[in-house]
Design a protein around this ligand. Sequence first.
Ligand code: NAD
Length: 498
Amino acid sequence: MTKLIQNFINGKVTASKSNISGDVFNPATGEKTAEIKFATAAEVDLAVKTAANAFPKWADTSPLRRARILFKFKELLDKHSTEIAKIITAEHGKVFEDARGELTRGIEVVEFACGIPHLLKGEFSENIGGGIDSYSIRQPLGVCAGISPFNFPAMVPMWMFPLAIACGNTFVLKPSEKDPSTSLRLAELLQDAGLPDGVFNIVNGDKVAVDALLNHPSISAISFVGSTPVAEYIYKTGTSKHKRVQSLGGAKNHCIVLPDVDLDQTAASLMGAAYGSAGERCMAISVAVVVGEQTADKLVQKLQDRIKKLKVAPGTEPGAEMGPLVTKQHLEKVVSYVDHGVKEGAKLVADGRGFKVKHHENGYFLGPCLFDHVQTKMRIYQEEIFGPVLCVVRVKDFDAAISLINQHRFGNGAAIFTNDGIAARYFASKIEAGMVGINVPIPVPMAFYSFGGWKDSIFGDYAIYGAEGVRFYTKLKTVTSRWPKEALKAEFMMPTMK
Ligand code: NAD
């Protein structure tokens, strides 16, 4: 019997009355593995009301008690990490160790959130004037919603809800409909950790569920991670309803390769950064900007040699380095970009189209693709492909490389490979991207920093998790307090320190 995926409301899986549903597939085999019920607006309303009812008591729970539940949650995540990683591989397709890696990065945010008693400490100034003290506190917002993409079914939801609930908010998550089972398992583990019913809820579905969250008067804040057109829509609609919104969008991450670099090491780094998780990472490198013709010739040759040896296989297979794409539709979309690149005149030096894995002929596999001599006017350069396709753009000097990156509409991450400290420092200062790597191809900030791009890779003023996350999920209150010993006179003038 096909597994049925439903909502999780008030501490339990809740049967949906929706007559709209979708299919979930195993990308390595192309087999349908589950049916997912898409929540109706009424079901979203129920989840939000449940979260709103749970809010006052949870907000009044001391931060230390909230942290203790998160400590327990972290223990359970460690204990069940193999099981969760298997769920991720079965629905997303990424290789098992990579799935474990994304879970670990999510757990790190839980570890950060366990420090919430410290993170919520405000400021205090004694005697700011005339026996008056002043202090600041940060209070939770209410019900927060999270809407997450398919490519990190554990990590991206965990960029959001651990910190939101640690801050005293309650939460409604709308995970990707393509790989929803991981979130449901996380919800069960939160309950096992002792989280009160209603503090964390899940509604499954598509635009209908998202719109119901965006328009719900009881939602105070929305965290979104996904593609740029949807991120912009979420930001515009959410803020027009006076909600706080952090909305992270798509990417086209460049790396500059300078001629002074060790090209073997650079090629090795680029392989993982471009083809890891089949390029379905918002921090994947999809453009290598190579300075000088000779450097480009050598690097492209080294990449071609490595591509021939890359092990593309189901994510469950030991030694697999790259799995399939997430869905048939996504595979077709990525292939159509490759077709387009050929038509546009870029030189396809590694062609992964038509790649088949024995006994997995219906899987959504695409071999690694490498384009050389890509021009900036081409669509394969301008648009996010989100697959295992690396574009090499050749430039004459370092300044041309920087200016090319700064002209791109996306600014999530950018990296440089060099041995020249002066060039690296200049790059870190002048490059227009939110996350910068120096000889580090995928510079995803740790949980105690914050994650966020620039330009069309983000809408809203807050990056996600870290200190920015605490600010996003709380509102600031400043208290000015006096306990007068003597009767006070009426004051009609603006109080000042004379
Ligand atoms: P997506 O934008 O299609 O979907 C993201 C979420 O929005 C899903 O939950 C989906 O159900 C919902 N959604 C989709 N269309 C919608 C619509 N029209 N109205 C309302 N909601 C809608 O993204 P995806 O394909 O799941 O994920 C891949 C994208 O996410 C890539 O563009 C990638 O760069 C981006 N991403 C960005 C980051 C980042 O940190 N900037 C991280 C991960 C992924």
